[in-house]
Design a protein around this ligand. Structure first.
Ligand code: ADP
Length: 582
């Protein structure tokens, strides 16, 4: 019998469940099985078609002739001879075959055309996608548990939910709680979005991610996830440790450049770091009827005699949050109270906010005319460029230094100490002063900070203050060697909480040896991470300033960002390390 068998092929990685195109070749298509395939004849289809067509014609001609003769001879038509029985059977068989072969194919073509039309209404690009040759089918083993192994069509009940979301009858944000299945919720939301916008989001993967891990903590209303490459720079020899630094970036040259800086540092005996301060801040703003009353609270908070009481109230919020101090500023009758506390291995924004809330509740009893305007009054100052962080610090304040030997400056960095010192003074110090920089006395600290933040699950928006850095270069040992340092007052990092517990990010923290909280010394992992950030910044600064001093910058960017030539060669040139053959 003629029939159309649709063999399902999983959609491309990460795409939403979709119907597959019925055209094209290869394994990844629906395979059409024609009527001829159902017959166990060792003949090609066109031969069986010919045989059945001839049988039909012969049977028809024979029967017509016999019926004409019978009518002439007045013989009853239902009296049939054996030959006529054969002819009738031949006629019926060939009719069934030919109808099945051509008729069903015709019906199918009508049906699939109407499918195409429907899809065209959703998005004309579907049609183009159907016309395009299908992607090669993945190897069978790759399908086992693979993200591409999505079902052919949405189950009917999911279709109904998608329709309800599109119609606005079900809010998209309740899907996770209603369905109790985060992957399913994301798939339904994405399909609804596709239908609403007519955009396929091709390339944005859906499968292959643990949506339960972000629920209620990292991201709401997920429809997929963005993939980023992670490169590794190192070893960075820092405080006697060999550190391999994961960097998530799409900026060509960045990892290679940092890697070169690490090499220069390692060949000079390594870098060392000091954590100067460790305290996260939150500054609520409260308003009083008068500036005098605001000043009274300021005096109360800053009186050392009241600190212990405030600390007891504040510290109730967490085992790890410990009040360090309160710094106040007044604007008219508004009071800004910048609470600072240690936060263990957490970056600490939640922790400090809870402690601050405790104190506000406590103060309300003694200052009933205090009107809390906001738990955050921007004197904190979170994710905004601010002098208060630059001067007082926020998170971890770190200084990291190294002495780079003259021969390393020449051999690895391809420049000389004098050129480096002069460039740093004119560019990073004077140039930034001319620009009115706020904590931006460096070449590209934010490049390294952000790449490590993304790789290790930090809050990338905090790169604003975490990248504040002054890079100092001085010649020492009679002008032969180079002393380089980076001073970074506001590195805001944690190894627990936020995005740090997600699988990929936690893998990167593991590479650094600072995964999760430290059991023995709470806070030591986060502080160690901050020193690694500063150490990597040191390497990045050293390499970029050297490249600029040697006039290499444009050349190396052309090499890494624009060229299609063998990258292993380019990398080897930049790092002066011969690549191993794979
Ligand atoms: P953040 O304050 O950075 O937003 P969270 O408060 O969300 O971080 O996460 C920190 C959580 O981790 C808290 O519940 C805290 O009790 C827990 N925790 C476990 N061990 C530690 C540790 N060593 N340091 C800090 N927090 C820890």
């Amino acid at each position: 019998m003629a029939m159309e068998v649709g063999r399902r092929v999983p959609p491309p990685h990460g795409s939403a469940p979709r119907r597959q195109p019925a055209t094209g070749g290869g394994e990844g298509e629906r395979v059409r099985v024609q009527a001829g395939d159902a017959l166990p004849l060792p003949l090609p289809i066109r031969h069986t078609n010919l045989i059945f067509s001839a049988l039909l014609a012969a049977s028809l001609v024979y029967l017509m002739r016999r019926w004409r003769e019978k009518i002439r001879a007045s013989t009853p038509l239902h009296v049939v001879s054996l030959a006529e029985i054969f002819a009738i059977c031949g006629l019926v068989a060939s009719l069934i075959y030919l109808l099945s072969f051509f008729g069903i194919a015709f019906v199918h073509s009508v049906v699939s055309n109407s499918d195409d039309d429907e899809d065209f209404i959703i998005d004309s690009r579907h049609k183009q996608a159907r016309a395009a040759p299908p992607p090669p089918a993945p190897a069978p083993c790759a399908l086992l548990g693979s993200p591409a192994a999505a079902p052919e069509k949405m189950p009917e009940e999911d279709e109904e939910i998608v329709a309800a979301v599109v119609a606005g009858k079900i809010p998209s944000y309740v899907l996770e709680t209603r369905l109790g299945d985060c992957r399913r919720a994301a798939g339904i939301r994405r399909e609804a979005l596709r239908r609403i916008t007519g955009r396929d989001m091709d390339g944005l993967p859906l499968d292959g991610f643990d949506y339960a891990s972000i629920l209620g903590q990292c991201c709401e209303l997920p429809v997929g996830y963005v993939q980023l490459p992670v490169g590794v720079a190192g070893p960075l020899l820092l405080d006697g440790r060999r550190v391999y630094v994961p960097m998530a970036t799409t900026e060509g040259c960045l990892v290679a450049s940092t890697n070169r800086g690490c090499k220069a540092i390692a060949e000079s005996g390594g870098a060392s770091s000091v954590v100067l301060k460790d305290g996260m801040t939150r500054a609520p703003v409260v308003r009083f009827p008068s500036a005098r009353r605001a000043a009274e609270l300021k005096a109360f908070l800053e009186d050392p005699a009241n600190f212990d009481t405030l600390a007891v109230v504040f510290n109730r919020s967490s085992r790890f949050g410990r009040l360090q101090g309160v710094k106040c500023a007044i604007a008219g009758r508004n009071l800004y109270m910048r609470f600072s506390c240690s936060t263990g291995d957490a970056m600490g924004m939640n922790m400090v906010s809870k402690g601050v809330q405790n104190v506000l509740d406590y103060l309300q009893a003694d200052f009933p005319d205090m009107d809390v305007i906001s738990i955050s009054g921007n004197f904190c100052s979170d994710k905004k460029s601010a002098a208060v962080n630059w001067i007082d610090g926020r998170g971890k304040s770190v200084v990291c230094e190294a002495v780079i030997k003259e021969e390393v400056v020449k051999k690895v960095l391809k420049t000389n100490v004098q050129a480096l010192v002069e460039l740093n003074m004119i560019k990073n110090l004077a140039g930034s002063a001319v620009a009115g920089a706020l904590g931006g006395f460096n070449a590209h600290a934010s490049n390294i900070v952000t790449a490590i933040f993304i790789a290790t699950g930090q809050d990338p928006a905090q790169n604003v203050e975490s990248s504040q850095c002054i890079t100092m270069l001085e010649s020492i040992n009679d002008g032969k060697d180079l002393h380089i340092s980076v001073t970074m007052p506001s590195i805001e990092v944690g190894t627990v909480g936020g995005g740090t517990q997600l699988a990929s990010q936690s893998g990167c923290l593991d590479l650094l040896g600072v995964k999760r909280a430290s059991r023995e010394f709470p806070g030591s992992n986060a502080r160690l991470l901050a020193t690694m950030v500063a150490g990597a910044v040191l390497a990045g600064e050293l390499s970029l300033i050297s490249a600029q001093a040697a006039g290499h910058l444009v050349n190396s960017h052309m090499k890494y960002n624009r060229s299609s030539k063998d990258m292993s060669k380019a990398l080897a040139e930049a790092t002066a390390v011969k690549p191993k053959k794979c």
